[in-house]
Design a protein around this ligand. Structure first.
Ligand code: ZN
Length: 439
């Protein structure tokens, strides 16, 4: 694992970066995030601090594509008191203890009646599971299995001081403009409470990337979206329809702080520019990695990659969601989050951006049919060279792949010609106004 030689973004040493990323995750960890509410809003404000950040709020009831913005959920206090009056579960100790979006309740009930509102993990007894009931009114508590088993017979008092009321859905956006209007999209979900890898890792790594990009010279514009999973990404898409055409490519970043290998999930577009870039970036990162095919599951890549939206969006993670035992439990905590993994993920993203910014792109100015080389004396121009066939082949590769989506490096790999030679031949085509170099 290394900081790239050019280090165009000015990354600090990875140890230092890792420490700072972990510190910010620790600061955000206790906030009670959900798909709406105060904890989400406070998280977004902290992420956007000192950056060109916009906090968007969309009122409850707003229709977004096939969905509707739900009631806003807030919670102040929640506990269960046992027959002896002692608190056996308390939201103040961990926000995982309460099922997300629990409706308010204050009642007395038997242990048997209470059991249907309790969730624990017999297979992982020491971990508190994380549960939500987002789109169905319910209430519940999550606890360690041995604590559940120790509950005595008798009458329990349950109190949840929450509210489910008309409010708004919040999401945050950081826009870093470049010379071109074309945007590179980075997106992370932010709707999980005290879980570290599954959501804080992506948020802190992307916030830092935005900060670094803000200090650099940029060709592309960069848009960072921090939105609640599913409903937030759908909201962003619904509110930015006219802008989608400007999104050149994008990456969902989630679960990038555990100690596993990097996993890149390809976009929905076979052989996309992004997939080529990511594969090369990862291959040269010095870190172990795996390439995964696109599938219509996972995080918000499935919204950006829905058929009517069809953006070129892949996903960067470490161990894939759902396949580590700490997933969606209290085991996904700050000690599960490794500073060196956070820094390694940031380094990969920085090197992806560096590739995008430093690549040479040509544009074929006569892309319809093959331009008539002979009429322009281009065959004759080859006469003076030792290797006219080679130059002619290079011209054809350059003309064919200079569609704005293939860099000179891509053309070199496809054709087998080295980039320097291609640059020289491109110079001839530029003189004859068949090609231009894009800024
Ligand atoms: Zn999750």
């Amino acid at each position: 694992m290394n900081v790239s030689a050019d280090n165009y973004l000015g990354l600090q040493g990875l140890e230092e970066e890792g420490r700072a990323l972990h510190e910010l995750a620790a600061e955000l960890f206790p906030l009670n995030r959900s798909i709406t509410g105060k904890g989400l809003r406070d998280t977004l404000r902290r992420l956007g601090r000192e950056l060109p950040f916009t906090l968007h709020e969309l009122p409850t009831g707003t229709e977004v594509l096939d969905w509707t913005v739900p009631d806003e959920w807030n919670i102040r206090e929640a506990w269960i008191k046992g027959p002896d009056g002692r608190r056996v579960v308390d939201f103040a100790e961990s926000n995982l203890h309460v099922v997300g979006y629990s409706e308010p309740v204050h009642c007395r009930l038997s242990l048997e009646a209470l059991q249907s509102h309790l969730h624990s993990l017999p297979e992982q007894p020491e971990l508190i599971p994380w549960k939500t009931s987002l789109y169905r009114r319910d209430w519940g508590f999550c606890l360690r299995h041995p604590d559940r088993e120790a509950l005595a017979e008798g009458e329990y008092e349950v109190f949840i001081d929450s509210s489910l009321e008309a409010g708004s859905l919040s999401y945050g956006e950081i826009l870093i403009p470049g010379r071109r209007e074309e945007e590179i999209l980075f997106s992370a979900h932010c709707c999980h409470p005290s879980l570290a890898n599954d959501n804080l890792s992506g948020l802190v790594v992307l916030r830092r990337l935005a900060e670094l990009l803000g200090q650099a010279e940029r060709r592309f514009s960069y848009c960072f979206v921090f939105a609640p999973g599913t409903i937030g990404a759908i909201t962003w898409i619904a509110r930015n329809r006219e802008r989608l055409a400007r999104v050149r490519m994008g990456l969902v970043v989630a679960g990038v702080g555990d100690r596993g290998h990097l996993h890149y999930k390809r976009s929905r577009h076979p052989e996309s520019e992004l997939d080529r870039l990511m594969e090369r970036t990862l291959a040269q990162s010095g870190q172990g990695f795996h390439m995964l095919p696109f599938t219509p599951d996972g995080y918000d890549e499935r919204q950006y990659g829905s058929p009517g939206i069809d953006l070129e969006v892949g996903r960067l993670s470490r161990t894939p969601w759902g396949s580590y035992p700490e997933y969606h439990t209290s085991g996904d905590n700050l000690s599960f989050l490794a500073p060196e993994s956070l820094a390694g993920s940031l380094a990969v993203l920085a090197s992806l951006v560096e590739r995008l910014e430093s690549a040479v792109y040509y544009r074929n100015l006569r892309p319809e049919g093959e331009p008539q080389l002979g009429r322009r004396g281009l065959y004759a121009a080859l006469g003076g060279h030792r290797d006219p066939d080679r130059r002619e082949a290079a011209m054809r590769w350059l003309l064919n792949l200079s569609d704005g989506r293939h860099s000179r490096g891509d053309i070199a790999r496809a054709s087998g010609f080295d980039a320097e030679f291609l640059g020289e031949v491109a110079g001839t085509l530029i003189e004859h106004q068949l090609l231009s170099e894009e800024g």
